[in-house]
Design a protein around this ligand. Structure first.
Ligand SMILES: [Zn+2]
Length: 360
C-alpha cells in the first residue's frame, strides 16, 4: 500500500468525507478501534487534501504534491508524534528527515544526551508549528498537521494545541488520531469535529488479510480483536497467534501442574510490557467467556484448555482477574521493573485460576 491510499473498508467514507470540502472543518478527531488503520487513513487524507488534482476527492498519486507526500518531504504536511514513534517509523526526528535506508540513525544531539526517546508529544513540537503557520503554502493550498496518537499529548502540549485551535491559522487542517477520545482534554475535544472510522466485517478483514499473504488469517484476526491492520502487523512479527508462553501456561493450568513462573517472567521481561499484558488480558476475557459457556473471542485455538481452566476456577476470581489486567493495561505505565511486574501478573493469574476454597 502506498502512503496515500486508503484501506478497502475506508474508501467509501473517505470519498464522502473528502469530496465535500466546501465547509471542511479545520480540526478533526479521527477515532475508532485500535489497529484498524486510523493513522494510515489520516495520512492518506492529508495526501488527498494536498493533491493538486484529486480524483473523487482522493489523491491522484501522480502530481508533484503527491510525489512530495510519498517521499515524506511535502512542506505543507507535518506529522506530529512522539519521538519514540518517529524512530519506530524510521525517521530521525532531530533532523526531521527520513534516513535513506529507512532505519533510524541516532542524531548527534541524541547520541550525546542519551535520553530515552520521548513517548509524549512535547510542547515544543506544538510550538514549533508557529513558524510553519507563517509561511505561505505551496500554490496557496492547504497545510495539514497529522497528530497521532492524540493520547500522547500531555496537559501542557494539549493546552498549547488548544490555543492554536482556538484561533486557527488560515488554510490549515488538523487531523488528530485517537483510539480513546475519552482520554483527551475535554476542551480540546470540543474544538474538533469527530470522524468515527469503521471496523471492517470479519469476512472483509479476512479477505484483505488473505490478499496480504497472511496464512491462518482467522486466528490472527481473532487474536487482534477483529482489527486487521494489527493482525497483519502481528502475523508479520510474531510466530504464533497465541504466544507459546501463553499456550504453555494454559496447558499447565488446565492440567493442574505447577510451572516455572520465574522462567515465564524472564521470557516476558524481554517483550514490551503492553504486548504481553494485552495477551494476558485477552486470555482473561476468554476465560470469563468460557466460565459463562460462551466461545472464546481471542484464542479460539485454545478453547479446550480455556474451558478446562474456567471449569476449575472460581468465577468471581476470574472476573476480578479480568478487571485487574484491563486496569493495568489502561494505566499504561508500571512502577515495578519489567520482570517483577511480570511475576506479579503471573502470580495473580495462577491464584485466580483455582477453585474458591483453595488459596495460596
Ligand atoms: Zn496528486
Amino acid at each position: 500500500m502506498s502512503s496515500a491510499s486508503f484501506f478497502p473498508w475506508q474508501q467509501q467514507l473517505a470519498q464522502d468525507w473528502l469530496g465535500n470540502r466546501e465547509r471542511f472543518a479545520h480540526a478533526w478527531l479521527i477515532h475508532g478501534l485500535a489497529g484498524i488503520g486510523k493513522r494510515e487513513f489520516a495520512l492518506a487524507a492529508a495526501a488527498a487534501l494536498l493533491c493538486e488534482s484529486p480524483e473523487h476527492g482522493l489523491a491522484c498519486g501522480r502530481c508533484l504534491a503527491c510525489g512530495w507526500v510519498s517521499h515524506g518531504n511535502h512542506p505543507d504536511l507535518k506529522r506530529i508524534r512522539p519521538e519514540a514513534l518517529a524512530l519506530e517509523e524510521g525517521v530521525d526526528e532531530a533532523s526531521g528527515e527520513e534516513s535513506s535506508d529507512g532505519s533510524a540513525e541516532p542524531s548527534a544531539a541524541s547520541a550525546t544526551t542519551k535520553k530515552a526517546p520521548s513517548k509524549d508529544i512535547r510542547v515544543d513540537q506544538i510550538r514549533s508549528m508557529e513558524s510553519w503557520f507563517n509561511h505561505a503554502t505551496h500554490r496557496g493550498g492547504w497545510r495539514v498537521a497529522v497528530i497521532y496518537p492524540a493520547e500522547a499529548l500531555t496537559t501542557i502540549s494539549g493546552n498549547a494545541l488548544l490555543k492554536v485551535l482556538e484561533e486557527p491559522p488560515a488554510s490549515t487542517v488538523f487531523l488528530l488520531v485517537a483510539d480513546a477520545p475519552d482520554r483527551l482534554l475535554p476542551t480540546l475535544l470540543s474544538r474538533c469535529r469527530r470522524l468515527a472510522l469503521p471496523t471492517p466485517s470479519d469476512s472483509q478483514a479476512k479477505e484483505w488479510l488473505a490478499g496480504q499473504g497472511i496464512k491462518a488469517a482467522d486466528e490472527w484476526l481473532a487474536a487482534s480483536g477483529g482489527a486487521p491492520v494489527q493482525a497483519r502487523r502481528a502475523a508479520q512479527s510474531e510466530a504464533h497467534a497465541c504466544p507459546l508462553w501463553l499456550e504453555g501456561m494454559m496447558q499447565n493450568l488446565q492440567a493442574g501442574h505447577a510451572f516455572d513462573l520465574a522462567s515465564v517472567a524472564d521470557t516476558l521481561a524481554k517483550v514490551p510490557t503492553p504486548i504481553w499484558l494485552d495477551a494476558l488480558s485477552r486470555m482473561a476475557v476468554d476465560l470469563n467467556l468460557s466460565a459463562h459457556n460462551l466461545g472464546p473471542r481471542y484464542y479460539p485455538g485454545q478453547e479446550k484448555n480455556l474451558v478446562a481452566v474456567a471449569r476449575n476456577s472460581d468465577n468471581k476470581k476470574l472476573s476480578d482477574l479480568g478487571k485487574w489486567l484491563s486496569e493495568q493495561s489502561r494505566l499504561g505505565s508500571h512502577p515495578l521493573n519489567a520482570k517483577l511486574f511480570a511475576q506479579t501478573a503471573l502470580q495473580r493469574v495462577v491464584m485466580s485460576c483455582q477453585p474458591a476454597s483453595k488459596s495460596l
